[in-house]
Structure formats: C-alpha cells, structure tokens
Design a binder for this molecule. Structure first.
Ligand code: ADP
Ligand code: ZN
Length: 520
C-alpha cells in the first residue's frame, strides 16, 4: 500500500513525502479503520482523507460545516484532476441534480457536503445506494457541547455508524484537548479508533513565564535587551491597558500601536497594515487581534495578563516565529491575575456545567505557569502529544526552578485566612502573618489573634508567592464578588491535618532572568 500511496502523493498532489502522521493515518483509513486526527491548522489534515479517497473504492464523503472552505478545497482538487463535487445550500436545483447524477454513476472520488444536508433522509438514502469509500468528518470538535463551536447537527452524525457500519470514519480537528478528543470518539461512535496527535510543537519558540513585578518595566527590559527593533505582539486583557501600554512604549521610543475592538474599523485596519508592512512594529492588543494574521517574522509574543486557557495561550503564542527562526513567548503573571480570572469565572452567569469546564481550563493554564518541569511538555501533553523529552528551550529547562518545602508556610497562611474569618483579601492576611499593626488589623482585633505575627520568617513578596500558589492550586478559593476575599477549600484538609507535604516554586526575587545560554 505504501508504494501506491507514495505514487499517488507524487502524481496527483505533487509532494515527495508524507508529513508525519499522514502516512500512518492513511494506512489505517485505507485498511478500513476509524481514526481521529488532531493536527494544527496548516498541518496537512486534508491529505489524510483525500489520498485514501483515491485509493479506496467508491466515493469519499467529506462533512464540513464551512461552505467557503468547502468550495476552496473543491476548486483546488479539480485543478489536480480529482473528480470532486459539493452539495450545499448555495447550489441551485439543476446543479444539485448534476451532482447526484455523477454520484450515482460512480464518477466522483470525493463529495463535500454540509452536515445538515447529509442528514436529510433523502441524502442518506441516496448515499446508501452508492459505494462509499469513507466518511471524513472535518472540524470534528463541533460535536463537543462544551467547545466553542458546538453544532447540534454534529451530534446526529453518530447515526452514520448505524447506517454505514462497514464504512471507515476519519474525524479531524485542529483544536481538541484530551477531554474533547474522548468526546469526539464517543459521540461520533468511532470504533476502535486510533488517535493521531502531531505537529503541535513549535520548537523555535522559547517559552518563558516569569513572576509579575511591575509588569511594564519588565516588558521594557525584555524588549530593550532582546528585541530592540523587532516586530512583536503584546497581549493585554483590557482595552484600557492596551491603550496605556502602547502610549507608554511609544514614549520610550518603540513603534507601538494599539489594537482592540473599541477602535474604529478604519483605525484597526490601518494599524494592522502598518504591523504587516513596516519593520519592527509592536502591536499592543487584546485578543481581538491575531486571527488570520500571517506575518512570518513576528519575533515575540508577550503576555502582560494571563490567558484563560492553554488553547488561548497556544494560539496567541503561536503567532510568533512562523518563519521558523528563534522567537520568544514571554509572559509575566502574578497573584492578581489568578484572583481576577477566578473571580470573573465565579461571578459569570454561565450555567454550572459550563463554568466547571472553564474552571478546568483555567486550572490547566495555572498548572502550566506553576510547573517546575519543562513547559513544552505540559503544553504538548495538553493536546495529547505525550512523547516529548524536556525541550531545552523553555525557562524551566534552561534554568531549573528551585523548590522549597512550603508545607509549614502554607499551613500558616491557611490558618491565618481561617482565623480572620475568611473575610479578607491577601494583603490584609499577609499583614496579620507579618505581625503588622495597620489600622485594619487593629480595628478587627487581629493583633490579638494566634496567627498574628507567626510568619515573620518570610517577607511580603514571599508570602504573596505562597498565596498565589495556594490559589493557583485550588487550596484557596476567591469569592466572585468584590475584593478577592479568600476562603478555604476542601483541598486544604489533608494539608492542615499534616498529611500532605507541599512543594512550592521558589520565585526569584529579581524577576529578570538571564537567558544567555542555550540560544545559538
Ligand atoms: P489543514 O487542513 O491541517 O489546515 P491542509 O491540509 O490545508 O492543512 O495543508 C496545509 C498545507 O500543507 C497545504 O498547502 C498542503 O498542500 C500542504 N501539504 C500537506 N501535506 C503535505 C505534504 N506531505 N508535503 C508537502 N506539503 C503538504
Ligand atoms: Zn522545556
């Protein structure tokens, strides 16, 4: 089979070799197995079903929700001499008849079809009377109810398995964490499916996540020492922060432009053009910026605020270094980020199930920040790609993070939160631990409590680091309303009972890290 596949690859598609895992996927599909393929956009998913379509007998049916993409693909395949058509709502009656006729007469290698069209009883009967080579289900994550692109029609695709039990199914998507992957297999009734995850690694991107300590100054030092004249993107969470940061960088001699949804369409387009066409422009932006931007020489993506999920972080940082040259994904993050995102989540009006999913996504993102082993391993394993050695090109690989036994400190911190009635934010609780006599401490009578002054062995920054890690790891919860009031969670029990040892990151006092080694 491999020879034949290679031959078609060359003759029809004009390529010399497969990109992994195309060959493995194609082998499975040609053999009649179900598979799930997760590859980033541009990775080469289409070939995984287009080539088997030519090798297997009958017509391959490709289910795709996006009519524009469908039409692009059909046009491209026609150019290659492949016999292909599509069925969707944009066709007139006569053209539809033509397509159905060619299908019946076995003149099609591939048929692209929108899910709602496929599911019409008439279409299903038509297909049943034909020879179907395979079903390819594109954008398969649309079957996930918790994803952002849920499409109810996709749930009904489960019926394909019953009506066409001997036809192999290949599901493809660019965005599915491990949980979504399981959901796809289950809901599309993929049978004994092998899952292929590949191509998420961006080896030229160096990942770094440092503690936030006057973020703008940190950014300035980073830009001055590493990217004085480079194009890059700085992401901030709010429009206000975008405006302020862009103005501030401008005053310091950088060509920085703001971009967010609050600017007029004209101005946004203008800034985008300048970013694309001029050298060394820095775009300071909310997440509104980036979709479909293809600028190969973006040398850095900096985050001044924490993204809400690993998917978002991966997508945003992925805009750096498309040319394959070294690029930086640089982020600073701190206690306030954790508190802010937790609060936003808790106070949102979303239903509980949805919130639970968002919570898990945030948890994973925080895990990536707090990890003391290789960041790339965590990032890739989130997408199901488990087979990576420590990368040697992230901060934790380049400068291993010291850990310390924070069990005792954590217990003190938790006790102080508990003793003060779980009614205060971090700053006040730290004052209590340090034995400070602020007005608030006196007014509340907290200087007469047993936890007052029990934490003098650490400084304020060290305590903030302890609290950040306790919140990030879910030992402390943050109330949805108001001022970041901390409370204990279930998870504390073992720790408070002395049944658990807690290792914490030792955060550097000096936030600037030296990254002289490793970059060639
Ligand atoms: P995806 O659907 O994963 O976003 P595509 O299937 O559109 O990606 O492929 C992205 C690009 O890679 C296309 O230009 C395609 O022609 C090219 N490509 C795919 N497979 C190969 C290969 N084996 N060798 C060279 N180029 C390839
Ligand atoms: Zn690493």
């Amino acid at each position: 089979m491999t020879d034949k596949a290679l031959h078609v690859l060359k003759e029809v598609f004009g390529y010399d070799q497969f990109r992994p895992p195309q060959d493995a996927v194609i082998k499975r599909v040609v053999a009649g197995d179900d598979v799930l393929v997760i590859m980033p956009t541009g990775g080469g998913k289409s070939l995984c079903y287009q080539l088997p379509a030519l090798l297997r007998q009958g017509t391959a049916v490709v289910i795709s929700p996006l009519i524009a993409l469908m039409e692009d693909q059909v046009a491209a395949l026609r150019q290659l001499g492949v016999r292909v058509a599509c069925l969707n709502s944009s066709l007139d009656y006569v053209s539809q008849q033509d397509v159905e006729m060619s299908l019946r007469q076995r003149q099609l290698d591939l048929l692209y079809i929108a899910p709602e069209r496929l599911l019409q009883p008439r279409t299903l009967s038509l297909l049943e009377s034909c020879d179907i080579a395979l079903f390819a289900i594109d954008e398969a994550h649309c079957v996930s109810q918790w994803g952002h692109d849920f499409r109810p029609e996709y749930l009904q695709l489960a019926a394909l398995g019953e009506r066409f039990p001997s036809v192999p199914k290949i599901a493809l998507t660019a965005t599915a964490d491990k949980r979504t992957q399981e959901e796809i297999v289950e809901r599309l009734h993929l049978h004994n499916a092998s899952t292929f995850v590949q191509g998420f690694d961006r080896p030229n991107i160096r990942y770094r996540i440092a503690q936030k300590n006057r973020a703008r100054e940190q950014l300035l030092r980073f830009l001055k020492s590493e990217h004085p004249n480079d194009a890059g993107i700085v992401y901030c969470l709010s429009r206000k922060r975008v405006e302020e940061t862009a103005a501030w960088l401008n005053e310091r001699g950088f060509a920085a432009l703001p971009y967010h949804a609050g600017l007029s369409a004209d101005l946004r387009a203008h800034h985008q053009q300048r970013f694309l066409n001029e050298e060394g422009v820095i775009m300071v932006a909310t997440i509104a910026f980036g979709m479909g931007i293809d600028k190969p020489n973006v040398r850095f993506v900096a985050h001044l605020d924490l993204p809400r999920s690993i998917e978002a972080y991966y997508q945003e940082t992925g805009r750096a270094g498309r040319d394959g040259q070294p690029a930086d994904a640089w982020m600073v993050y701190g206690l306030q980020d954790v508190i802010f995102l937790r609060q936003m989540l808790e106070s949102s009006t979303a239903e509980e199930g949805r919130k639970q999913v968002e919570r898990q996504k945030l948890e994973a993102m925080l895990g990536l920040c707090e990890i003391t082993s290789c960041r790339r391993q965590v990032l890739l394993s989130y997408f199901g790609d488990e087979e990576h050695e420590p990368c040697g090109n992230c901060d934790t690989c380049l400068e291993p993070v010291p850990e310390w036994d924070g069990t005792e400190a954590a217990r003190k911190a938790l006790s102080a939160v508990f003793r003060t009635g779980q009614r205060f934010g971090v700053n006040h609780v730290v004052d209590v631990l340090l034995g400070n006599t602020t007005d608030k401490v006196k007014a509340e009578g907290h200087d007469r409590q047993s936890t007052w002054g029990i934490g003098k062995e650490l400084g304020r920054n060290a305590w903030r680091s302890v609290f950040r890690q306790l919140v990030a790891r879910g030992y402390l919860g943050v109330d949805g309303e108001g001022f970041g009031v901390l409370h204990l969670t279930e998870r504390c029990r073992a720790l408070l009972r002395g049944e658990e040892v807690l290792h914490l990151r030792e955060d550097k006092r000096e936030t600037e890290q030296s990254f002289s080694k490793g970059r060639s």
